[in-house]
Design a protein around this ligand. Sequence first.
Ligand SMILES: Nc1ncnc2c1ncn2[C@@H]1O[C@H](COP(=O)(O)OP(=O)(O)OP(=O)(O)O)[C@@H](O)[C@H]1O
Ligand SMILES: [Mg+2]
Length: 386
Amino acid sequence: MDLDALIADRETRIVVCCGAGGVGKTTTSAALALAAAEAGRTVVVLTIDPARRLAQSLGLVELDNEPRRVDVPGAPGELHAMMLDMKRTFDDVVTAHSTPERAQQILENPFYQALSSSFSGTQEYMAMEKLGQLRASEQWDLIIVDTPPSRSALDFLDAPNRMSRFLDGTMIRLLMAPSRTGFKFASAGFLLFSRIVSKILGGQLLRDISAFVAALDTMFGGFRERATATYELLRRPGTWFVVVASPEPDALREASYFVDRLSAEQMPLAGLVLNRTHPPATTVLSATRAQGAAEEVAEAGGDDAALAAAALQVHADRMQQAAREQHLADRFTSAHPEVAMRTVPAAAGDVHDLDGLRVMAEALTGPDGDTPTGTPRTRVLSARRG
Ligand SMILES: Nc1ncnc2c1ncn2[C@@H]1O[C@H](COP(=O)(O)OP(=O)(O)OP(=O)(O)O)[C@@H](O)[C@H]1O
Ligand SMILES: [Mg+2]
C-alpha cells in the first residue's frame, strides 16, 4: 500500500480512518495528516477523540469545534486539526436551517438537548455533517477523518442512515399522530398504545418530543438529504478509506466486516494498516533455539547466566508473538487477497508528541522495506503488498 503517493496525490481529497475501538485510528489519522503537511498539502484532520490524545500528541492545549493550525517546523504544507463537538455541530445545523425563533425553540427543547448530546449515532452523524462542511468550505485540499470510538467500525457508515430514519420519524410520527390529526381519528388500539408509551416515557417527555418534532418538521427533508449527500461524498473519486486494526483476532474480524461492507457499497479502500505489531529485533535466532539456549544457559547458574537466559527468553517470546501476528495477517490476506496491507510496529511507549507521530508516519508512508533500525519488517510480516 503506497500511502505516501496517496496523500501526495492532489486528487485525494478525503481519507477516512476506520476500525475497531482502540486500534489506533486517531493516532493513524494524525500521523497521516502530519505526513501530508510535510508533503506540501494543506490538510485538516477532523478528530473524534474524547480522550484528547490527539490534541496532546499535536502539542495543542485544546482542540475545539474549529480547525486550529498546528505548527510543523519546516513543513511546506499546513497542518490544521480540530476535534468534533457533536452538540455544537448539531446546534449550528439547527441555527443555519431555521428561523431564529424556531431555532431557539428547538435548542431549548429538553428532548433535543438529550438527542444532540447522547443519542447513539449522533456522533457519527455529526462527523459526516462536519465533513460535509469542511469539504464545502474548499479551504483545505485534504481532509483526514478520524472515526468515533464505536464498538463496531460499521457504526460510522450505519449511523447517518439510522439517525435520519429516526429524525424522519416513522416512530415519532406514529407517537405524535393523535396530537396532530386529532384524537377522533386515532383507533382505540392506538390510543391505548400511546397511553402506555406516555406512561412509560412520561407525559412531559412525550410533549417535548411532540414540540421538537413540530419545530423540526421543516428540517426533516433537510436532514435526510444532507446525510445522503455526505454519504455520496464518501463514494466519490478522491475519497479513500484506510482500515486500521491491531494484530488481534477481534480487531481483524472487525476489519474484515468493514472491508466487505466497503466493497458492497463501492467505497474505495486504500488498504489495511496493521498497527502495533511486534517484530523481533532479529530473526536470525529462532524461537525454538532461543528457548533451548535459555534453558541451557540457565542451568549454568550465576547472575550473568540468569541475565542471558532472561534475554534469550524475551527473544523466544517475541518470536512467538511475531509468528502469531504473522499468522493472523496471513489469514486476513488469504480472505482478502485484494487488500493491500501495511504494518506499523508498536512504539516503546504511547504516541504522544510530534516526534512519535513522525516515527509512525514514517512507518506508514516510508519505503516499504526495512524499519529505521534495519529490522527486516517484511520478513516478520510479509503479508503486505501493493
Ligand atoms: N504504533 C503504536 N505504538 C505505540 N502506541 C500506539 C501506537 N498506535 C497507537 N498507540 C497508542 O494506543 C492508544 C490508542 O490509540 P488511538 O487513540 O489512536 O486509538 P483509537 O482507535 O483512536 O481509539 P478509540 O477507538 O478509543 O478512539 C493511544 O494511547 C496511542 O498513543
Ligand atoms: Mg480515537
